[in-house]
Design a protein around this ligand. Structure first.
Ligand SMILES: Cc1cc2nc3c(=O)[nH]c(=O)nc-3n(C[C@H](O)[C@H](O)[C@H](O)COP(=O)(O)OP(=O)(O)OC[C@H]3O[C@@H](n4cnc5c(N)ncnc54)[C@H](O)[C@@H]3O)c2cc1C
Length: 372
């Protein structure tokens, strides 16, 4: 069996592995290995495609903010399509729950108050008397996830990196100063550094390598597409119930994507939507919006995977040389991906990330070793 000798093996070709591999390939030989026939088959292909600066814990916000410039002005030739399009986020507090808006305002400087009348001018489907307060987050946007993901994979190829699809890790062993990985389909890879970007399967990949698990928890989240006719939602902002009880956004000009914002812990697998979650999405949306749902056009689910404290886990494992964790992207893996990929490449190379401001503090806060 031929062995592909490289400087770095990245396991998992979702957005986390693709972005890390693209940045790593700038100055080293990289092999990106993916279990499925298509990169992005799992969570990356199932997101809501939003960039929201206020979303997530501090480490996530730092990387979300640091990614903005890349989306607005990606490297020459990175993608044919524009990666973003402006879409503000409108937060709606339910009647009788004005405290939700006050709490959201207190969380940080991102939101501004809006009268309910102004919110209804933006989204005329808001029901009379259903909303007690509204807040607006400006400067947020929709992302073209496919263009972004393909852009990273093309950048990897241009930089001489290789991607192997249908290649699930079967055996991972440290031998003579390098990781040796055997995959389904018969390939064998060898490199001193292995980056674990396997998303919901991160702990399983670690177990194959004999590395202590972090306690990752995949959580199911559901997306539902409906036809809100006669409303024309194309120019509506994204909508978020102020306690994240549900959210929605215009999709493909005439449709609306809604989600019950579910977070059901579940084992890593090709997750499918549960009918009850679909019904909850419709019900919660209809408590605030006057939209008749004649039928659900499409529903899907994906796994948002969290570390035990909800923050990212990037860094070398304390118990295994050359084993680098790149997991815990939760509900923010797309919007953080350019800065996350660059940070991972810096950390693997032992480089400072001055472009990130207080990078030392950030790197310390996301060290996987914090889980013992
Ligand atoms: C409904 C929904 C809405 C979301 N909305 C947003 C949003 O608006 N904005 C945002 O930023 N994020 C959003 N997210 C979160 C975002 O999609 C994830 O954070 C991101 O896709 C995670 O990427 P990943 O590469 O870590 O995981 P994945 O895309 O799941 O990639 C992991 C890959 O590893 C592969 N793999 C696993 N085990 C092995 C193995 N043993 N060998 C080889 N390969 C392996 C898998 O096949 C998979 O392709 C949303 C998620 C969902 C479900």
């Amino acid at each position: 069996m031929d062995t592909h000798q490289t400087d770095c093996i990245v396991v998992g070709a979702g957005i986390a592995g693709a972005s890390a591999a693209a940045f790593l390939a700038a100055d080293r030989r990289v092999a990106l290995i993916e279990a499925e026939e298509a990169a992005g088959y799992h969570t990356t292909g199932r997101s809501a495609a939003l960039w929201i600066l206020s979303y997530g814990p501090d480490d996530v916000r730092a990387l979300t903010g640091a990614s903005r410039g890349f989306f607005e002005a990606p490297p020459e030739g990175f993608a044919e399509a524009k990666l973003w399009s402006a879409r503000d986020v409108l937060y709606l507090a339910a009647e009788g729950d004005a405290a939700a808006a006050a709490e959201a305002m207190a969380a940080g400087p991102w939101l501004k108050e809006l009268s309910v009348a102004a919110a209804r001018a933006m989204v005329p489907a808001i029901r009379d008397g259903a909303v007690s307060a509204a807040l607006l987050e400006e400067g947020t946007f929709d992302l073209d996830v496919a263009a972004l993901h393909q852009g990273f994979l093309a950048q990897l190829r241009r930089r001489g990196g290789a991607m192997a699809l249908r290649s699930r890790t079967m055996r991972i062993e440290r031998r003579d100063g390098a990781w040796e990985v055997e995959v389904t389909g018969g390939g064998r890879f060898r490199a001193p550094v292995l980056v674990n970007a396997a998303g919901a399967w991160g702990d399983e990949v670690a177990a194959q390598a004999g590395v202590r698990a972090l306690g990752l928890v995949p959580k199911r989240r559901t997306g539902v597409i409906i036809d809100p006719a006669p409303w024309q939602p194309a120019d509506w902002p994204a909508l978020m119930e102020a306690r994240e009880g549900w959210y929605g956004k215009p999709e493909a000009r005439t449709r609306l994507m809604i989600s019950p914002a579910d977070e059901t812990p579940i084992h890593a697998h090709d997750v499918q939507p549960d009918e009850l979650d679909v019904a909850i999405a419709v019900d919660r949306m209809q408590q605030m919006l006057d939209i008749e749902v004649r039928r659900v056009e499409r529903a899907w689910a994906g796994l948002r995977t969290f570390t035990p404290d909800g923050s990212l886990a990037f860094g070398f494992a304390a118990d295994a040389p050359g084993f680098f964790w790149c997991v815990g992207q939760g509900g923010y893996g797309i919007q953080t991906s350019p800065a996350a990929g660059r940070l991972v490449a810096d950390m693997v190379a032992g480089r400072d990330s001055a472009w990130l401001g207080d990078s030392a503090g950030l790197v310390e806060s996301i060290r996987p070793a914090r889980f013992g």
